[in-house]
Design a protein around this ligand. Sequence first.
Ligand code: DGT
Ligand code: CA
Ligand code: CA
Ligand code: ZN
Length: 591
Amino acid sequence: MQSELSGPSKVRHPTNRDAALFLDRIAVLLEAKGENPFRVRAYREAAAHIEAMNRSLIDLWQQGKLQAIPGVGPSIAAKLDEWLRNGHSSYLDQLQKSVPSGVEQLMNVSGIGPSRARLLVERLNIHTPEELIEAAQRHEIQRIPGFGARSEERLLIEARRWSQRERRLLLGVAWPIANQVIDALRPLPSFDRISAAGSLRRMRETIGDVDLLAASDHPAEAVDAFTRLPIIREVLAHGPTKASILLDSGFQVDLRVVEPSSWGAALQYFTGSKLHNIALRDIAIGMGLKVNEYGVFHEATGRRVGGETEEDVYRAVGLDWMPPELREDRGEIEAAAAHRLPVLVERSDLRGDLQVHSTWSDGTASIEDMAIAARDAGLDYIAITDHSQSLGIANGLTPDRLREQWREINAVNARLAPFHVFRGSEVEIRPDGSLDLPEDVLAQLDYVSVSIHSRFRMSRDEMTERIIRAIRHPFVSALNHPTGRLLDQRPGYDVDLDAVLRVAAGLRVAVEINSQIQRLDLNDVWSRRAKDLGCQMVVNSDAHGPAHYQDLSYGISVARRGWLASSNVVNTLPLTTFRSWLRDERRRRAA
Ligand code: DGT
Ligand code: CA
Ligand code: CA
Ligand code: ZN
């Protein structure tokens, strides 16, 4: 049927993020080849610009304006053009062939750069992190000149960490792709309703597999359309009411189709979590009821008492309906029974964003463009928080450059009022806990937030001391990404977070939920702990480009999973109230 095919075909267009991944992959291969670092960097920068811009790459390409993108010159434009035109790149193919097999894989292990990777391939014929582990256990690595026993030990740890990492997708990667699939299927006549289920609907920070649920009177047709989506690499299973597919991007999507009359029961069941469902079933049993994916039934008579909507499933067992983010068996069942569920913060509650970068440090857009994009994202204010001087790789700002920046901020404020840009900084916390800017400069900033980007390896006590000393500084308003973890790369530093949060609560220093998809730091469980300890939270994008304000919704999902209400989040305050909050807190701390 024509209509069944026309919908899905639109998912074929690569997104800006796809293009960024393409260029990043070229950068990795150039690096693996040992190419000139400036060339490698050029690809990374172009990727960053494309990923961060809010114009569609396809549109620019169709208008012949690829080179209008900062960082994209004739050579990168030509590679993008071929890739967009043909769906593949001969340059990438050629590069792949010229890099010895194994080098790229080994470079995944932290501590292995291109030259070490090539040495390992040449000397020991090692191609994978797993082979690296074996060689390290046989102490073969330390015999290669330039390695030594200590680096062998370190590489063994890092290679193990890599090979044992959980192969889960970042929420921020899975969510847009799943929604493309949903948007492609929703208009088709065989689909009555369709929704995300499983961990994706609960907005967990990582996703094992994507579960979709549909209601249809023609399940076979619905399943067929799903298995004919153009972005499919492989159909893994195909039955009359369900199918599993593997997408080009390498991850699995399951679709299950139910009768419209069971929609609520099925959605509740397949949203989970498993622990939540078990707790729910126990309550039902105590009431002489049975809950399954078809409905809620009287155990004795078999009569169905609910199942068409989620609300009536919960109501049948005496519970209030609750947002999927709460369904982790962390007390939400008890709260729902007592009608005491929290009213969760929503994305639309956010009035400001207090971690935003510009081209003054490592952002990709001007202060004005970041302000306009924030306004377009529904915000009334931002703090520009470029990095401070000691973060050289991010082009951190000296006091002199900061003062210059303030002039530009004033000019932008004059043009964009009532939208407001606060003078902020993301100040480095030095190893001893002191701050990376002098007192007089800190005093003139509206919003001082502090971060750790260096010296991650410290003892737990030292790190805890370091952070606490930093937030005790009376000019500090907030602590950024408090654990430093990166979901796909590294665990956080070793720190007594509970102690830090207690001090932050006492001082009324706000604690950040950073919305970058690989950070989501604090996470859900710690956010809830922070709330319980009385911390004020701030949900920031940490935008390095105009498109990154989109990620605020992931930070909000963490906040919701942490049971936060809008009253727990300082950047839900309207501009005037927020301004007084900043001023009053500072006065109080200085006293
Ligand atoms: P994931 O995929 O690891 O990120 O996590 P989920 O929560 O999406 O788990 P998944 O895909 O295994 O199952 C999807 C939902 O189906 C799950 O959240 C609840 C429901 N479910 C799966 N297995 C069971 C089970 O054994 N008992 C019950 N009550 N529900 C289950
Ligand atoms: Ca799942
Ligand atoms: Ca599943
Ligand atoms: Zn930055």
